[in-house]
Ligand binder design. Sequence first.
Ligand code: ZN
Length: 318
Amino acid sequence: MNWKRNRRNEVNAFESVPAYINTRRKTMDKKPGRNDVCWCGSNVKYKKCHAAFDDKIDSFKRIGATVPRRDIIKTPEQIELIKKSAEVNIAVLDYVAEHIKAGISTAEIDKWVYDETVKRGAIPAPLGYQGFPKSVCTSVNDAVCHGIPSEDEILEEGDIINVDCSTILNGYYSDSSRMFCIGEVDPRLKDLVDTVKESIEIGLKEVKPWGYLGDMGQAINDFITSRGYTVVREIGGHGVGLEFHEDPWVSYVSKKGTEMIMAPGMMFTIEPMVNMGKADVFVDEENDWTVYTEDGSPSAQWEIQVLITEAGYEIISY
Ligand SMILES: [Zn+2]
């Protein structure tokens, strides 16, 4: 158990729980013979499929780098099915974007997300996850993440809100979140929201096959802190696709040249949580879910789901 896992357990976030039990690991450790079929399920000979990939992984292992296990490397078939899930996730967030406004409750957003997800044949991943009671997370103003939709929470002009949607379609997971400014908001809040969105673009410049996740983490952190904001340490992104939360853990307080190697076929979220004030956060004792800024300052987050490809990356959900 490393320090990150400890910190994450303290906040009892979605990302804090080692939630996925991997059932595929057992068959995926050994290297096939060069003329045997590849371990990835492609039915192509190993030497023409992932042999070069494994050599590359071995070269990183030799220099002590953290490398992905095979069970988080998605096959082309899995990628297609995850993209179908993401189509639903994107459509649901588009629906929220069209309808969100002052005067509605966050419980109404929850109902939209449930209805729009189910009518597309999918399931909202948060519903019942580790006991989470609703279909979506709605985090308003000083709520950092994991806000629970409520009839009593009415959006007002000037609020900022993160709506975090996750979808299961045919067993495949997608996950992304967006910020919404309700009516006219204070220019300082607008700047916070825009800066976090821009930080993802900055981070994406470092997202490439055989780079380090820390290259991206540091790029985001440097940019955010240069604008006078702070990055939440305890909660980060995560692998996603075959499960809601997979390896790797994706930090935005990490350093260049550290953390896991980004290998083609990996999929994970980029979702920095950024505070206007101090980085410290706490969990609401009453619901044991919602994370707030310790100093009550506003917080913003955008989240995308990316796939590492041979050539670079592909945005799967946004
Ligand atoms: Zn293969």
